[in-house]
Design a protein around this ligand. Structure first.
Ligand SMILES: NC(=O)c1ccc[n+]([C@@H]2O[C@H](COP(=O)([O-])OP(=O)(O)OC[C@H]3O[C@@H](n4cnc5c(N)ncnc54)[C@H](OP(=O)(O)O)[C@@H]3O)[C@@H](O)[C@H]2O)c1
Length: 293
């Protein structure tokens, strides 16, 4: 069985590729440029193309049985997803597993949630067997915080004080691979959520303990946060993320025990926790620091 993975060079997709190979699938990755030697595991086929180019997408899907569809966070996300989905449908692919987002229907004012909700609706409407994965906030987002956690000593994500749900990308990838290689997942929607939730002050305290220094939560002043983000990402993206975090703050982004139990049943084990991720990450940073000392 050959599976096309979009986003296969990224955070989630690269782990999906490994999980699929572990389960004996043949894997093809769609990427916009030839990956450097050794970047992809041995045996992975590469299709060069852009998701906005239907001709390249159709070529990449020739001889493919199933599709893992992940779209990058870009303003053309919806068009890219519907091109890939439409061609998968036309070519008669047997299954599409789509990477959506947790609580997608509760944040219709957030552009990237609204795009995913539209894609989910198409999946439900047009008859290609599908599975939808709805991951919460990626724990691995916080790998990007190394400079501010180890330097200035701040936890800068405006995640509030009530708690938000998180997902480890390794659990997302495993769920994706299961849905694509085993029977019984057609029409299923899986929330990918950890058993524990995180808060701004809680994460500041956790990283303080793990890194042995004082780390402060910078709070949730959304105007200021969006302004700061504009220096790092395009302004449409800073806006999109601000509305998302403000939505979490106003409407909540907590998971339930039922959702966690359902994921545990799918994975055959308890999903990973943020605490475990942070411990592993702090240990890796400390050993890197020792190597460079
Ligand atoms: N971060 C979170 O907390 C979170 C939570 C829930 C859902 N999500 C969703 O997760 C997705 C991002 O996943 P990720 O972090 O794994 O992505 P990522 O690491 O940013 O990687 C993006 C991937 O998309 C590919 N790509 C980008 N533009 C493309 C194009 N025009 N044509 C073909 N391929 C293209 C890139 O491949 P090349 O560069 O090799 O072409 C790369 O493999 C988004 O949809 C986001 O909304 C994120």
């Amino acid at each position: 069985m050959r599976i096309l993975v979009t986003g296969g060079t990224g955070n989630v997709g690269s782990v999906v590729v490994t999980e699929l190979l572990n389960r004996g699938a043949e894997v093809r990755v769609l990427t916009r440029k030839q990956p450097e030697a050794g970047k992809l595991p041995v045996g992975v086929e590469v299709a060069i193309g852009d998701l906005l180019d239907p001709v390249a997408v159709e070529e990449a899907m020739q001889g493919v049985d199933k599709l893992f569809l992940l779209n990058a966070g870009v303003p053309e996300e919806l068009t890219q997803a519907l091109i890939a989905y439409g061609i998968a449908k036309r070519l008669g692919l047997k299954h599409v597993t789509y990477l959506s987002v947790f609580k997608v229907e509760q944040f219709r004012d957030v552009p990237h949630f609204a795009a995913k909700l539209a894609v989910e609706n198409a999946l439900r409407e047009f008859g290609v067997p599908y599975t939808i994965l709805r991951p919460a906030y990626y724990m691995q987002n916080d790998l990007n915080l190394k400079p501010v956690l180890t330097g200035a000593g701040v936890y800068p994500m405006p995640i509030g004080t009530t708690g938000i749900a998180t997902a480890d990308v390794r659990d997302i990838a495993e769920a994706a691979a299961i849905s694509l290689t085993e029977d019984g997942h057609d029409g299923q929607i899986y929330d990918i959520v950890s058993p524990t939730t995180i808060t701004g002050p809680g994460n500041a305290a956790l990283w303080s303990k793990l890194l042995g220094k004082d780390i402060k939560y910078t709070g949730h002043s959304f105007d200021e946060w969006e302004k700061g983000m504009r220096a790092r990402v395009p302004s449409w993206s800073a806006y999109d993320l601000r509305v998302m975090f403000q939505g979490y703050f106003d409407r909540g982004f907590l998971s339930t025990e039922t959702e966690v139990t359902r994921l545990a049943r799918l994975l055959g084990r308890t999903p990973r926790t943020y605490e475990a991720f942070a411990m592993e990450t702090a240990a890796a940073w400390q050993s890197q620091a020792l190597q460079h000392a």
